[in-house]
Design a protein around this ligand. Sequence first.
Ligand code: AMP
Length: 216
Amino acid sequence: MRVIFLGPPGAGKGTQARRAAARWGVPWIATGDMLRGAVAAGSPLGRRAKAFVERGELVPDEVVIDLVAERLDRDDARKGFLLDGFPRTLAQAEALERLLAERGVALDRVLDFEVGEEELVRRLAGRRICGRCGACYHVHSSPPQAEGRCDRCEGALVQREDDRPDTVRRRLQVYRAATRPLVEHYRVQGLLEMVPGEGTVEEVFQAVLAAAEGGR
Ligand code: AMP
């Protein structure tokens, strides 16, 4: 299974990717998580990416493309992968096509998560993540059992810097301008499947499975 999860921030890609990757036995490759990890670690990559991530801007294409190229060369990605948050620009999509062609493989499908903008803003404003394991919660729709503590590892829950209202607005603009054109790009290639993203986690997961595994 070689799949891309496309869609705006807050559409539920990460929540669904965690489950889908486990079911398919492929690595979940989330460039946002990789970049946040690098920023937290203060590595050279993190120092380069920090200001972009904090402002809700895209990190330069060549930086992210190199990161993904390296990740795809790890053994676990040989039998498949789930890309979450990459590609985000046409240049990244074209670079990915080259990387895959060089490795003699091809994408199976691209799933586009559809969620209205009001709902995206609501989700991002209430989103809390575990600072330790990255698990995702929402203050109203999926709160942890103990306030402020992760159910899985008891780590402290925090709001992502870039989930604050001003940065959310910027991220949605960036999505519309730079990333949404990819929907058409993949539709033309016959790879696109739409996933209605506004149901419960379980309903959306069933739609993900139908879109990714269903016949054509
Ligand atoms: P995400 O966790 O996917 O919402 O990504 C968080 C932030 O990481 C984005 O707002 C960007 O600053 C950066 N980022 C993640 N993936 C990419 C990408 N494919 N291209 C450029 N920047 C990215």
